[in-house]
Design a protein around this ligand. Structure first.
Ligand SMILES: C[S@@+](CC[C@H](N)C(=O)[O-])C[C@H]1O[C@@H](n2cnc3c(N)ncnc32)[C@H](O)[C@@H]1O
Length: 305
């Protein structure tokens, strides 16, 4: 992993405590993802679980050395290795599910049409840069990244100089608790709600209250043409919270719940779906710890809720 450079600007210049917490959360993810890109390996083949030179660059530019050392220090014993595995599997599995959904849409898309992908709470996620986005014949692939303005500014610094080549990348600056701002921001940035969308919510919904999360999922359902897909992580559970608190670490999430409860909320918001269970991931990747994912599609009219 690239050496961390603490001399570069890092924390967005904003006194807002919420922005500080968001910065901490996303640099934490970026640090572990950079390490996982370097170290996480498929047990059978020894191949890297995913390819990501961008997270290392982003972490080097945005995570001060002291903050990075603290992140490793708070993982006792085999903790660092487990954390690397956990982030490696989460990244690789989301990559695979998102590309699978994108290829499925492209396979049935009309000539000259668009693949639409929206990454919500994108933080320093570099999928727009690093995934081989498919596109319909004669058409285009578009990736919208939604986050707050200070975080998007931080990202511009973090990934400055790296070209996006496989898609058209667009930014929407908004607070995702304001779903009408999301809808208008996306429309203004060229998203077409009549065309199916792949939505990505990684490490996001837990930062919302259950009500705001429900409202967001409901708004996404309203912006999703048939065929749309959601790939998302669920909030940490109460058990996760207790485990972290036992180690003196405060999680800044607003919601702690079991993945089944997140799926139940998604159903109330107009989605149907399945859980990719931790057991399935542990087996597939040969690791000891993995985070479950949710895969959603718009509920069929008259279908089971
Ligand atoms: C833990 S980070 C995850 C970043 C990214 N999804 C990833 O996995 O690398 C959470 C992200 O969600 C964003 N976020 C949290 N609450 C938000 C809100 N109300 N509106 C917009 N973005 C929000 C934060 O700014 C941050 O970038």
């Amino acid at each position: 992993m690239a050496a961390l450079d603490s001399t570069r600007p890092s924390v967005p210049k904003d006194d807002d405590a919420a922005i500080q917490q968001r910065w901490e959360a996303l640099t934490n993810v970026s640090f572990w993802r950079a390490k996982a890109a370097d170290e996480a390996r498929h047990p059978a083949t020894g191949a890297p679980l995913f390819t990501d030179p961008f997270s290392a660059a982003a972490a080097a530019r945005c995570v001060p050395r002291a903050a990075a050392a603290k992140l490793e220090d708070r993982e006792p014993g085999a903790g660092v290795g487990l954390r690397v595995q956990w982030m490696g599997v989460r990244t690789a599995e989301i990559d695979a599910r998102v590309l699978e959904a994108a290829r499925g849409l492209v396979a049935v898309a009309a000539e000259g049409s668009s693949l639409q992908v929206v990454i919500l709470g994108a933080g320093l996620d570099a999928r727009a840069w690093r995934l081989p986005w498919p596109r319909p014949p004669g058409g285009r692939a578009a990736v919208w990244e939604v986050d707050t303005a200070p975080i998007l500014a931080l990202k511009a610094h973090a990934l400055e100089g790296f070209a996006v080549t496989a898609c058209e990348r667009r930014e929407v600056a908004c607070d995702l608790t304001n779903v009408s701002a999301l809808a208008s921001g996306l429309a203004q940035a060229g998203h077409d709600a009549a065309v199916p969308t792949v939505w990505v919510l990684e490490g996001l919904i837990g930062y919302f209250t259950t009500e705001d999360g429900l409202q967001l999922l409901h708004a996404l359902a309203g912006l999703s043409a048939p065929g749309s897909r959601v790939v998302m992580t669920s909030p940490p559970s109460l058990k996760d919270k207790e485990e972290y608190e036992g180690r003196g670490i405060t999680l800044h999430h607003s919601t702690f719940e079991e993945t089944e409860d997140t799926l139940a909320r998604a159903r109330r918001a107009g989605w149907q779906g399945v859980i990719v269970t931790a057991e399935e991931l542990l087996q597939r990747y040969g690791v000891e710890r993995a985070q479950q994912l949710l895969l959603l599609t718009p509920a069929e009219a008259g279908g089971p809720a």
